[in-house]
Design a protein around this ligand. Sequence first.
Ligand code: FAD
Ligand code: NAD
Length: 464
Amino acid sequence: PGEQLPHDPSLPTVVVLGNGWGSTAFLKDLDNTGYNVVVISPRNYFLFTPLLPSVTVGTLSSRSILEPTRFLTRHLKRKTEVYEGEVYEVDPEKKTVRFIDNSEIKGAVSGTEIPYDYLVYAVGAENQTFGIKGVNENACFLKEVWDAEKIRTRIMDCIEAANFAGQPQSEIDRLLSFVVVGGGPTGVEYAGELHDFLKEDLGNWYPELADKINITLIEALPSVLPMFSKQLIDYTMDSFKENKIDIATKTMVKEVKEKVVVAQNEKKEIVEYPYGLLVWATGNTARQVTRDLMSRLSSTQNSRRGLLVDEHMRLIGADGIFAMGDCTATNYAPTAQVASQQGKYLARVMSKLHKKDQLLKELEQAKQAGAEPAKLDSLANAVIRASNIAPFHYSHQGSLAYIGSDKAIADLPVFSGNLAAAGLATYYFWRSAYISQLFSLRNRVLVATDWLKTKVLGRDVSRA
Ligand code: FAD
Ligand code: NAD
């Protein structure tokens, strides 16, 4: 990258919270000539979530789907600050954010406050548990890279414990029961990956145990993947049946005990599912910092789902704050596709705002210099044009999911209809779509190499 422009105190400051899908798309497209930009996030990298389920069984290595945020910001025109910190308070009146270093190693300063002129709020969401007893204590989630690593270790821990000398049969059966709660795409993709690990690797290394492994997916609704078309839902259910993945639909988990999931089936009977490893994937809920911001703006922010924004992604009831992605409550699904389009859109909005500010300054100077009325009219019209910012428009590119056994499903909008595709060809399409969406060449090479390594050498069964 070439020489970057330095920090300029005369320019407005844009503080960006988070470096997930929304913020990363924003930073990638941003022309920050007219702004000082500060990025704050508790992790210093972007995570490519669509490939996270593959990390749980070692199909991919976690580092292959991470991209340090500095790799991106060093390409921006003006020098950008990136702080690893967790924001715990946004004051929309004072226009400040407070954040802390919540990592293990701290320096003399581990908390501070900074002001913003514009805030790009994209902190995502946290795991929904519906307050169900025992979930936080006993289940693994699948949202962050450390979640996937934890699952990978626990899978092998269950297998080694089941293999322990003299283990009674009832314990072997429990330890080899892998339960997934939530039949959304996260739960389905994880179950598919787990099945591949079982079929392609564990059978070779633990032949006496592999047949006893049991995968169960529990879903409260009548079917899994409600966002996909009926034929793809049926295809997934059939494929899971073939792969001996049990699906318990119309079954609502009520409590999670240390070794047993307690659920209620459609006949209102209590059913118990003993487990060795439980993965909980029942969607999103607002983070504490978002809930606090909503309560500060309680007269306008009254949705329990997240932040309310207008059609330009401006936070309702606040000045200078834009919000996007999973932290917002909109008509769009909480997906990477939506967040990244919103990020790109906000990058364009910031350019327009900069242009408008420049034109306003020019108009002011022209007035003071006593410019001709025609010149003033033309500048005033340019300000109006620059102020005219089109609302955000979402363009759905389709939905894709991996379901195991080299099969993927895809709902793709074609012309004015919908194309539902499934199977091996869709799997190659899924792979090529994700490889092309990875932000850097480095990630593309790493992911392609991991896929090749898995194919040729198999997955590693070390409990590292
Ligand atoms: P995120 O990407 O979650 O980013 C939030 C950012 O905020 C993170 O950098 C986080 O560290 C940071 N942050 C958190 N708390 C704070 C704080 N207090 N202060 C500052 N920063 C903070 N969507 C798809 O469209 N296709 C898929 O195939 C797909 N697969 C997925 C697979 C999995 C396993 C998961 C979990 C999700 C998947 N999604 C997929 C959904 C997608 O990842 C989310 O919709 C997307 O990440 C939302 O983007 P975001 O920018 O709003 O939030
Ligand atoms: P989700 O909200 O899509 O699905 C959660 C599921 O859990 C729901 O079907 C719900 O009925 C079920 N559930 C809730 N409480 C339950 C209970 N007590 N017992 C049993 N079942 C219960 O969540 P997700 O799969 O984590 O996805 C979150 C978002 O990320 C979604 O918008 C999704 O589209 C997106 N995502 C997309 C992909 C993809 O496109 N391939 C992959 C992963 C995630």
